[in-house]
Ligand binder design. Structure first.
Ligand SMILES: Cc1ncc(C[n+]2csc(CCOP(=O)(O)OP(=O)(O)O)c2C)c(N)n1
Ligand code: SF4
Length: 298
């Protein structure tokens, strides 16, 4: 979506419904400094979703959408799974791809956009479950990293195939028994962040979605690094509360437990020294711009 597309025709503005007028007045698209703090007012991002009540994937979507630096010129590529249920309701261009093919589709898209719009920054993001990213789609995921495709892959890691009722995934923890995997997982959770770094990702982060400022930082870093260097990867723990037997209000506690010391989702980032220096410079630039903008409005 673009702010231009929702602009009101002056002659008809006063007869438009108040909700629409409010949307136009508060939409954050086009504002470089929008952030997760705008979620409450930026109705253009996402209002409804069709996930289970309390599913952490829904808040992950909100944080991601409010954090990407260039939403009007961004495209999401999705895959079959619970994440794909949200796509019809997001205010960002998106493409649904065959299960597992998402990184192949994103590769072609990113290249085509670069040729078609050489003077505009276009960001592509893959948003898919761990089954799509790591199991059935691992070949496509890895090959896009080997080829150094310039986009960000975001894996919604709920440690199983949720949408089809709970089958085992490579990212499932050892010993976990899912509804459709009664024997229990026999090997450790695959270390995809390390594999991603080894396979050529220039910035990798693993975290839960319990702290929006951390998600925002990771998304922005991954986006900037993908533009300049090449592939980036973010793995977000979005537990399937249905599968682990939690109530709708318990997803947050589950994430907090898993990220405390010794947990499997303690936040970590992997990057080279060159990328670290680039991020430092970029964040200093952003800070200076925000300070200047604040001084002008004061
Ligand atoms: C080519 C293909 N293979 C298998 C399926 C069946 N299928 C649909 S969703 C899904 C599991 C999705 O799991 P995951 O990617 O982990 O996402 P989640 O639902 O857990 O968010 C599977 C196997 C399909 N739709 N298409
Ligand atoms: S089945 Fe699990 S992952 Fe899917 S929407 Fe429900 S809680 Fe979320």
């Amino acid at each position: 979506m673009s702010k231009e597309k929702i602009a009101l025709c002056e002659d008809l503005a006063d007869v438009m419904p108040p909700e629409y007028q409010e949307l136009v007045a508060t939409a954050t698209f086009g504002n470089e400094d929008r952030s997760w703090k705008d979620i409450g007012s930026s109705k253009e991002l996402i209002e409804q979703h069709s996930l289970c009540a309390g599913c952490p994937e829904s808040i992950a979507f909100r944080f991601i959408m409010s954090s990407i630096p260039n939403p009007e010129d961004s495209v999401f590529v999705g895959s079959t799974g619970c994440t794909s249920l949200v796509f019809p309701q997001v205010g960002i261009h998106n493409i649904h791809s065959l299960f597992g093919n998402q990184n192949a589709v994103a590769s072609g898209l990113q290249r085509a956009l670069a040729v078609r719009f050489p003077d505009r920054v276009k960001d592509v993001f893959v948003l898919a479950g761990d089954g799509a990213t790591v199991d059935i789609g691992l070949d496509m995921t890895m090959q896009s990293w080997f080829r150094q495709e310039k986009f960000t892959t975001i894996c919604f890691d709920n440690e199983l195939y949720a949408n089809t009722g709970g089958q085992e995934s490579g990212l499932m923890q050892k010993g976990f028994v899912a509804k459709m995997a009664p024997v229990g997982k026999k090997f450790e959770k695959v270390k995809l962040p390390e594999i991603a770094f080894e396979a050529g990702c220039h910035y990798v982060a693993i975290l839960t979605v319990s702290k929006p400022n951390r998600v925002e930082q990771a998304i922005r870093r991954a986006t900037y690094v993908a533009r300049e260097f090449g592939p980036t990867y973010i793995q977000l723990y979005t537990p399937c509360i249905l599968e682990i037997g939690k109530q709708s209000m318990e997803g947050l506690d589950e994430m907090k437990d898993s990220e405390s010391i010794g947990g499997r989702f303690v936040m970590r980032e992997l990057m080279t020294d060159e990328v670290k220096a680039f991020i430092k410079e970029k964040e200093a630039e952003d800070k200076a711009r925000r300070k200047k903008a604040k001084a002008v409005t004061a």
